[in-house]
Ligand binder design. Structure first.
Ligand code: LLP
Length: 384
């Protein structure tokens, strides 16, 4: 199943905009449901990757839960119709109003990242006469071998509770009457392409589980987070990530106790390949060693290249001329406003329609109004 561009229809719209292939999204969701279903695994969609209304409701319809990292994400998930029992709330810095919102809506679980947070949740739950279900986010100290900005599971990162602090957490839990331990939560990072990192995570989870069991604690849920990477280089060859191999690793290496549930929080792998940022060339300008294709999308529309030096495949959808090298840059007053250097494109001219691929995840949602630019619009394959 490949991403397709209805070029004539897309030419009717003013650029820049995001374009979503809903068939590819649905095929991806089916693949996840089939592969995770084989093992009875439960998948929560990481709303942070893309909270566009159409995308979110399609994912809800496919039966996923929602992994939220802010009060507004919790609100959005509930408004979209996700069942509160499928909503989990993570994040190192939950504000009181956000915790209260979760409590009032009886969400499934708070993923807790520190003892002070556990105490605050307990206090707020007590005020409401409720018991909050919590999972402990444990820092497994596993290296995800990914960009350092999106590595989260190392002791030096701000995320999670370190293993040497677990005894104190257990002591705290014994005294806090308005929180109930539901599970253990892990997440080692994002855009992980070496599946061995997930095997390492499983082995670490087994060790940590053993320790909990030795303390007479049996967590009901093991949440192993998200992080499965996608093929940015070849979006068409890898349009649906290899969910089969991914889930198989957890089936093979996690040592589960009877009745235990395994939960996942997938973001990028669900939505990245179904989105593209469409932009037009405004000018082609000769530089000293290079040609610049100056396009009408900028880092305000797609931040990933500027923020993480991320690679996205760039295609000229309308030219079939001979290939030349271009630096594809945006109009924003920053040198980092560059989508790719020395990119091979068929000879490109003013007005050509350009696609920046694999931008369904962390694209539209990270857009901002720098330089007072408008936020990008979105169109969908079943509506163009
Ligand atoms: N669970 C937790 C606790 C997370 O922190 C994240 C992502 C996920 C799940 C989902 O991970 P995914 O399946 O999408 O890899 N803006 C960056 C990515 C930041 C990821 C943050 N956490 C980017 O554009 O690459």
């Amino acid at each position: 199943m490949n991403f397709t561009f209805p070029i004539d229809a897309l030419q009717q719209h003013q650029t820049p905009f995001y374009y979503y292939d809903m068939e590819l999204l649905n095929a991806t969701l089916n693949s996840i449901n089939n592969e995770a279903g084989n093992y009875g695994f439960k998948v929560h969609y990481a709303v942070k990757a893309n909270a566009n209304d159409r995308i979110l409701s399609t994912i809800k319809e496919a039966g996923f839960g929602a992994d939220c990292v802010s009060g507004n994400e919790v609100k959005k998930a509930l408004e979209t119709g996700f069942d509160a029992q499928g909503v989990v709330f993570a994040g190192v810095g939950k504000a009181d109003w956000e915790i209260n919102l979760g409590l009032e809506n009886d969400i499934a679980c708070f993923n807790v990242e520190s003892i002070p947070e556990l105490e605050v949740i307990n206090e707020l739950a007590e005020k409401k006469g409720k018991i909050a279900r919590v999972a402990l986010r444990i820092n497994p100290n596993v290296n995800a071998n990914t960009h350092h900005y999106i590595t989260t599971g190392l002791e030096e990162n701000k995320f999670g509770i370190n293993q040497w602090d677990l005894e104190n957490v257990i002591k705290a839990l014994a005294t806090l009457k308005n929180v109930e331990l539901e599970g253990l939560h892990f997440h080692i990072g994002s855009q992980i392409t070496d599946l061995l990192s997930f095997k390492e995570l499983c082995l670490r989870v087994n060790e940590i589980q053993k320790w909990f069991i030795s303390q007479q604690i049996l967590p009901k849920v093991i949440n192993v987070g998200g992080g499965l990477g996608i093929d940015y280089e070849q979006p068409d060859e890898g349009s649906i990530p290899d969910f089969k191999s991914f889930f198989k690793i957890f089936d093979e290496f996690l040592e589960l106790q009877p009745e235990q549930e395994v939960h996942f929080e997938l973001g990028r792998s669900v939505v990245a390949q179904c989105g593209a940022l469409l932009t037009r060339v405004l000018y082609v300008k000769n530089g000293v060693n290079t040609k610049f294709a100056i396009v009408d999308a900028g880092m305000s529309d797609l931040l990933r290249p500027a923020l993480y030096q991320a690679y996205h495949k760039i295609e000229n959808l309308v030219s079939a001329k001979e290939t030349e090298k271009y630096d594809v840059v945006g109009p924003i007053c920053e040198s980092s406003d560059c989508f790719g250097k020395a990119i091979d494109l068929p000879q490109t001219g003013r007005g050509d329609l350009i696609a920046i691929r694999s931008t369904g995840a962390y694209g539209e949602i990270m857009a901002n109004r720098y330089n007072l630019r408008e936020l990008p619009l979105a169109y969908y394959s079943d509506e163009v």
